[in-house]
Design a protein around this ligand. Structure first.
Ligand code: NAD
Ligand code: ZN
Ligand code: ZN
Length: 345
C-alpha cells in the first residue's frame, strides 16, 4: 500500500510503498476513511534537529477514522465493516489516568507513542490500532468527514470544558486563531454555553468569515484594535476565558492583555512563543493552562455533539497522492477548515 511518511528531519514527507500491517493479538486493522492534516504535523516536520524524540520513518496522520478491516485474535467488541473513530493519544492502559480514560495524560508516556506521532498513523490505506479500547463507534457519521472529531474537535472540547463554569450569562470567551481547532472551539463554546459571547481573532479575513459561519458573535483582525475591542465588549474587565490556538509570542501577549481576574488563559497552540508570568500579569488569580488532546469519555461526548448536528468541520478532501500539496496549503494558510486525506477514495 501507499503511505505518506515522515522520513528525514526537516525534509518534506514522502509517499512510499509499505506493507499492509497484520493485526496481532488484540490489535485491529483499520481501512482509513479520512486522516486529518493537523498543524502539529507541520511543527514536527519543521522542528530543529534534536527537538524530537521520534525514530523515523513513520506514517503521518494522528486524526483518523475508517472502517474495521480485520480483528486480531482476541480483539472483540467490533465487527468487520464498522465505522470507527480512532482515539489518538495511546497510553499504557493501566496507570490511574488511563484507567479513567485520560490516556492523553498517561503516567508512562514513554511506553506508547500515538499513531502518526512516532509510529505509523493514518495517511495510508490501512492503519494498525493496538487495542479496541482506542476505537469509538461512529454510527451513521462518515469517516471521511468525521476524522477531525478525534483531534481538532476533541482538543478544543477538552480545552473549553475545563472552563465551562466561567461561561455563564454575561461572560466572554475569546478564541485566538480560527483555523481547524479554532473553528471547532467556536462551535463547542456555542453548543456548551449558548449564553457566552464568543469572539474570534485571526490574521486572516477569510478565516474570520468562516468563524462567523461557525457561530462567532464577533470577529476581529489581530492587533492592538482587537485588544481594545475586547476591553470594550467586556466593559474593561477582560475575557473570562481566552483560548490561544496559535501560541506564538504575539498571541500569548494578547491573551494576557485581555485576561480577566479569576479568568482562564488556555494555551492550545504549539507556536513556540513564551509568556512572562508574575504577580501582576496575567490578571489576578487568572490561571494559565496548556491542555493536551482530550480523554476517551470526552471523545464520546464529541461524537454525540456531531451526531446531533451541533458541531461540523469544514472538510476539504485530498487523495493520498495530494497529501504533500495539502500540507503546503496548510502552511500557507490556504485551508479554510481542515484538510482530510482520503486514501481509499
Ligand atoms: P491551522 O493552521 O488550521 O489554524 C491556525 C490559525 O491561526 C489560522 O487560521 C491562522 O490564520 C491563525 N493565525 C496564525 N497566526 C496568527 C496570529 N498571530 N494571530 C491570530 N491568528 C493567527 O492550525 P490547527 O491545526 O488548528 O492547529 C492550531 C495549533 O494547535 C497548532 O499550533 C497545533 O500544533 C496546535 N495543536 C495543539 C493540540 C494540543 O493538544 N494542545 C492539538 C492539536 C493541535
Ligand atoms: Zn493534532
Ligand atoms: Zn497510562
Amino acid at each position: 500500500m501507499k503511505a505518506f511518511q515522515f522520513v528525514e528531519l526537516q525534509k518534506p514527507a514522502e509517499l512510499r510503498e509499505v506493507k499492509v500491517p497484520e493485526p496481532g493479538p488484540g490489535q485491529v486493522l483499520i481501512k482509513i476513511g479520512g486522516a486529518g492534516a493537523c498543524h502539529s504535523d507541520l511543527h514536527i516536520l519543521e522542528a530543529p534537529t534534536g527537538a524530537l524524540s521520534f525514530s523515523l520513518p513513520f506514517t503521518l496522520g494522528h486524526e483518523n477514522a475508517g472502517w474495521v478491516e480485520e480483528l486480531g485474535s482476541g480483539a472483540t467488541g467490533f465487527a468487520v465493516g464498522d465505522a470507527v473513530l480512532v482515539y489518538g493519544p495511546w497510553g499504557c492502559g493501566s496507570c490511574s489516568n488511563c484507567r479513567v480514560g485520560m490516556e492523553n495524560y498517561c503516567e508512562n508516556p514513554g511506553q506508547s507513542k500515538p499513531g502518526g506521532l512516532g509510529r505509523d498513523g493514518g495517511m495510508a490505506n490501512y492503519m494498525l490500532v493496538p487495542s479496541t479500547r482506542f476505537l469509538l463507534p461512529l454510527g451513521t457519521l462518515d469517516p471521511r468527514e468525521a476524522a477531525p472529531l478525534t483531534d481538532a474537535a476533541l482538543t478544543s472540547y477538552h480545552a473549553v470544558k475545563r472552563s465551562i463554569q466561567l461561561l455563564g450569562p454575561g461572560s466572554t470567551a475569546v478564541v485566538i486563531g480560527a483555523g481547524g481547532l479554532g473553528q471547532m472551539a467556536i462551535q463547542v463554546l456555542k453548543a456548551l454555553s449558548a449564553a457566552a459571547t464568543v469572539v474570534a481573532v485571526d490574521t486572516s479575513p477569510a478565516k474570520l468569515e468562516t468563524a462567523k459561519l461557525m457561530g462567532a458573535d464577533e470577529t476581529l483582525l489581530s492587533g492592538a484594535d482587537a485588544v481594545q475591542r475586547v476591553k470594550e465588549i467586556t466593559r474593561g474587565q477582560g475575557a473570562n476565558v481566552v483560548l490561544d490556538m496559535v501560541g506564538v509570542t504575539p498571541t500569548l501577549e494578547m491573551a494576557v492583555q485581555i485576561s480577566r481576574v479569576l479568568g482562564h488563559v488556555t494555551i492550545v497552540g504549539i507556536g513556540g512563543g513564551a509568556l512572562p508570568v508574575n504577580f501582576h500579569s496575567p490578571a489576578k488569580e487568572c490561571s494559565v493552562a496548556s491542555p493536551y488532546w482530550g480523554s476517551i469519555p470526552e471523545l464520546m461526548e464529541v461524537i454525540s455533539l456531531a451526531q446531533a448536528g451541533k458541531i461540523k468541520m469544514l472538510v476539504e478532501q485530498f487523495p493520498l497522492e495530494r497529501a504533500s500539496e495539502a500540507y503546503h496549503l496548510l502552511h500557507d494558510g490556504m485551508i479554510q477548515g481542515r484538510a482530510v486525506i482520503v486514501p481509499n477514495g
